[in-house]
Design a protein around this ligand. Structure first.
Ligand code: CUA
Length: 323
């Protein structure tokens, strides 16, 4: 059945195009605008080149008794064929510099709203003003310009959320910055886009953009300690967590567990996913992860503690209560 072509623009057939040009941040708007200019210029050049080729083929095709002599181009044509490409290069050079300046202006001493640290193979998000630290599900405010500071704890990672347009490396020993103005609240998916080791492909990224009220509410809840554990199994799990030295790598605020090499677990139960979004955050998955981490995410830094099922269940009960 024939459908009007305009219908395709709203259908899944163009999802890739839609994805590329979806501007969910003002930075993406700028980048995509430049991209469209490039596309038009490239299409124009393509048509001119094809047009000239066809013209030459028709005009100088072999004819009986006609002998073409090579002729040098007139100076006027030479100026035109060198001048137009030069002009295009200059125009796009200036447009690119202007876009870069708008997307990535100077930091000028402004304090970052969020410090993102890339680890093999997860993300830490630190909100210095509110003293909040979380991992993997990164909450950001929508509707205002924020500054992210990007660091790496080990190798080079790369922050890329396609909807936001801009991407930036996280390099050990170097501070990189990224400006972001997310237009609408929503959940945005991205991934590490610099090969960083065995689980590079498993280093996904989730940004939860929220309106000002929801964002403030989230910050306030995460700045406070989780509720006191009352469940007896969870209490056993809390003790086990420390005994099994989980706290050497994981921080849980308000306890003696202060590790920073693994994700902060203070409010783990409030996250929707585990392992940078690879699996849903539920008791079943958390138990499997603790028992067989290397089967679920081979190459991750989480060691296999050869724990018995009961201990794992008790620790799961504890972690699941950390809202
Ligand atoms: Cu981190 Cu690739």
């Amino acid at each position: 059945m024939l459908v009007p072509w305009t219908q395709y623009l709203n259908s899944n057939h163009f999802y890739l195009l839609d994805y590329v040009f979806d501007s969910s941040s003002t930075q993406a708007e700028d980048i995509n605008r430049l991209h469209v200019y490039f596309l038009f210029a490239a299409a124009f050049i393509l048509f001119v080149v094809i047009g000239c080729t066809v013209l030459v083929l028709l005009k100088f095709r072999h004819r009986q008794g006609v002998d073409y002599q090579p002729k040098s181009l007139s100076q006027k044509w030479e100026i035109l064929t060198i001048g137009v490409p030069m002009l295009l290069v200059i125009v796009f050079f200036v447009l690119t510099l202007k876009t870069m300046h708008r997307v990535l202006p100077e930091v000028n001493g402004r304090k970052p709203d969020v410090v993102i640290t890339g680890h093999q193979f997860w993300w830490e998000a630190n909100y210095p003003a509110q003293k909040v630290i979380t991992a993997n599900e990164i909450h950001l405010p929508a509707g205002r310009t924020i500054l992210l500071k990007l660091l790496s704890a080990d190798v080079i990672h790369d922050w890329w959320v396609p909807d936001f347009g801009n991407k930036m490396d996280l390099v050990s020993g170097k501070e990189n910055y990224l400006w972001l103005n997310i237009k609408k609240p929503g959940v945005y998916h991205g991934a590490c886009s610099e090969f960083c080791g065995a689980q590079h492909a498993g280093m996904q990224l989730t940004v939860i953009a929220e309106g000002e009220d929801d964002y403030e509410k989230w910050l306030t809840s995460h700045a406070s300690l989780p509720a006191v554990i009352t469940d007896t199994i969870a209490q056993i799990g809390e003790k086990l967590f420390t005994e099994k030295t989980c706290g050497n790598c994981h921080n849980i605020s308000g306890t003696s567990n202060r590790g920073r090499d693994g994700p902060d677990l203070t409010h783990l139960a409030s996250r929707k996913t585990l392992l940078t979004g690879l699996i849903e955050n539920n008791k079943d998955n958390l138990g499997k992860w603790i028992l067989k981490p290397q089967e679920i995410k081979p190459g991750a830094k989480m060691p296999d503690f050869k724990m018995d099922k009961q201990s794992a269940d008790e620790i799961v009960a504890y972690l699941s209560s950390l809202k």
